[in-house]
Write a protein that binds this ligand. Sequence first.
Ligand code: SF4
Ligand code: SF4
Length: 131
Amino acid sequence: MKGPGRMLQLILESILKKPSTVSYPKFKEAPLKSLRGAIAFIPENCIGCKICMKDCPAGAIIITKIGEKVFQAEIDLSKCIYCAQCVDSCPKKALEYTTQFELAALDKNKLKVTTSGKLQTTTQNETPKSE
Ligand code: SF4
Ligand code: SF4
């Protein structure tokens, strides 16, 4: 079938088909587990070697010693390109990527995440916070 008949057939088919997309943000689908979202820091695992800082291509992570064998990470999510190189480079599994991707903010300073304590649960449009 060609011409207007074929077009009409396609229109009818698409009307009856389930939509391929969802009406975001009203409806949300679970992100893929392999999604590389915001980077999270697990302070109790960190030994302060700073390999993550050296390997980060965007200069988005700063590790600072704040006490005896206690380290703090500042991750600038506005600079981060979510490559997960820091996660791969860390010898102690002190960094991991999350599936958190809703990170838009009007003020980029709000995307600087400093973590030196136990990670708190985050909600939509919030970045991981420190205790
Ligand atoms: S590479 Fe891992 S252990 Fe080393 S400073 Fe970075 S987060 Fe800490
Ligand atoms: S994910 Fe990539 S850009 Fe982001 S902090 Fe880690 S190494 Fe840097």
